[in-house]
Design a protein around this ligand. Structure first.
Ligand SMILES: [Zn+2]
Length: 504
């Protein structure tokens, strides 16, 4: 019975969708005037559901269902990162999701930092458990319990591990799909242990290099800032954050690179024996990136028509659309199949849209989903041994000879990527402003938002005063960027620029 019903249901849904588009005669985006820069939040919420990235109807706030199309892009992105980590000598492992309470409580700053957002498991439906467990909000405590068993000698160092798992954080602020959630479903967290503080510092630089390569591969722009002391990760010595400036000009943290020093090593008793026989605590680092990167990628690269995926993370890289014409139906379809097989054989993620919709409806459908390249095959293409290619980012249309299909598509992938990357970097630079005083910073922020940098003497007091008097959050500073002029607060010689903005 189900086998009979299912195709019926599916075709009804498709025709309902088609009629919805037919009735208005234009896309929902245009009819509701959703615009990425005009009303980013609504644009984002609509795009990620309409394009089959996620479904937010599951009845737990901040926990999303990832649909196959969205999950594929996430897996493609994460595999780029995982390959990079492996190239740099990290190994993948898996650690459990539940943390015994007494293990979680070992490092006091960490406990303090995460106590408000960590879920507790204390019972089955029938009875209380003998001991309390916590759902990992991040895996320091889980892994370091094991590190203390594994690390005995200097020969065991450095240790460089990562895992990509789900973690849980009870966000008290507004949740936002993919960007701010209570279940982070693909948290790629790396954890390392080293014999010396110098080696841990070197590891921090290596992690920054890996993350920069990862964001570069996605065509994202970023600023890398050392976090203000008062905002440093719970239990850490110092950390760096990667920030992107979103289309609404608020900043979002893309990833964090953290030097933990010896705090966790002391709390978890992770010691190694040196060649001379003495014992020392290890020096540790950790760094993480989550699915948030897909939310940011969609935001940065998309336009008013929908998503624009760079080819390397596009679930479908090429969509083939037959343009039917009386008497040519079979020839058109045959050519579509040939092109499909050829591209598939050459390793491309390609699909033919054979649904009953009109070509125009299909264009809209796949533009919304961000497929980077569209191939149209009509009667003229059959007669002339050509195909028509449209690139998603500019909608530019070119006619290509059959024997150039593959090289032209690969060339377009590259051009689209370069264009998206350039747009992202132009946007970032355009939205970082320099001010010399707090008054000027306030004036600039009122007019233009974005990120503002101020000359700063480097003292905590002045940094905190900048935050207080602008009402903006301190993002940090770039230790390599030397400032000119005098501190915007105390007037002493400025050493650095202090970056401020609004954060997600
Ligand atoms: Zn100062």
């Amino acid at each position: 019975m189900n086998t009979v019903l299912l195709p019926l249901v599916a075709s009804t849904i498709i025709s309902l969708l088609a009629s919805k588009i037919d009735n208005t005669g234009e896309s929902k985006l245009e009819s509701e005037s959703l615009s990425k820069y005009g009303n980013f939040s609504e644009w984002y919420d609509y795009i990620i559901e309409a394009s089959d990235i996620i479904d937010k109807r599951y009845p737990v706030k901040g926990m999303l269902v990832w649909k196959p199309y969205g999950y594929r892009s996430l897996k493609l992105a994460m595999s780029i990162l995982e390959n990079l980590l492996e190239e740099y000598g990290h190994e993948e492992a898996y650690f459990p999701m539940l943390v015994p309470e007494e293990v979680f409580e070992k490092e006091k700053d960490f406990l303090e930092g995460f106590s408000g957002e960590t879920f507790v498991v204390e019972r089955t439906i029938r009875k209380p458990l003998m001991r309390k467990f916590l759902l990992r909000p991040t895996s320091e405590t889980v892994m370091y319990y094991m590190f203390s068993l594994w690390i005995q000698s200097y020969k065991d160092l450095p240790l460089k591990l990562f895992q990509t798992v789900n973690v849980f954080r009870y966000e008290t602020e507004h949740t936002k799909p993919i960007l701010r959630v209570r279940e982070i479903i693909r948290f790629n967290e790396s954890h390392t242990a080293h014999a010396t503080p110098e080696d841990a510092d070197r590891q921090i630089m290596e992690a920054i290099e890996i993350y920069a390569k990862f964001y570069d591969a996605l065509g994202l722009s970023y600023i890398i800032l050392k976090t203000p002391k008062w905002d440093t990760f719970a239990g850490a010595e110092y950390n760096y954050d990667f920030f992107e400036i979103m289309p609404d000009k608020k900043t979002i943290e893309l990833g964090s690179v953290i030097n933990l020093g010896q705090k966790f090593a002391k709390a978890f008793d992770i010691k190694y024996q040196k060649p001379n026989g003495s014992f020392e605590y290890v020096y540790q680092t950790c760094y993480g990136i989550s699915e948030r990167v897909i939310g940011v990628l969609i935001s940065m690269h998309g336009d008013d028509r929908g998503i624009i995926f760079p080819a390397n993370v596009a679930p479908i890289q090429v969509i083939i659309i037959p343009i039917p014409y009386k008497g040519y139906e079979e020839k058109v379809l045959k050519k579509c199949e040939e092109v499909f097989s050829y591209l598939k054989k050459n390793g491309l993620r390609v699909r033919i849209d054979k649904t009953e919709k009109t070509p125009g409806e299909k264009f809209y459908y796949w533009e919304l989903r961000g497929v980077p390249v569209r191939i149209e095959i009509g009667p003229r293409d059959v007669d002339n041994n050509t195909i028509t290619i449209v690139r998603r980012d500019t909608l530019q249309r070119i006619v290509v000879k059959d024997d150039e299909i593959l090289s032209k598509i690969k060339e377009l992938f590259e051009k689209i990527f370069e264009n998206l990357k350039k747009r992202a970097w132009d946007w970032l630079y355009k939205n970082i402003h320099q001010a010399s005083s707090i008054e000027e910073a306030n004036k600039i922020y009122e007019e233009r938002q974005g990120v503002i940098k101020l000359p700063w003497c480097g003292s905590d007091e002045c940094g905190l005063e900048i935050e207080e008097k602008t009402g903006l959050e301190g993002l940090g500073h770039d230790p390599k960027e030397k400032a000119e002029g005098s501190c915007a607060v105390c007037g002493r010689e400025a050493k650095l620029y202090f970056y401020i903005g609004k954060r997600y």
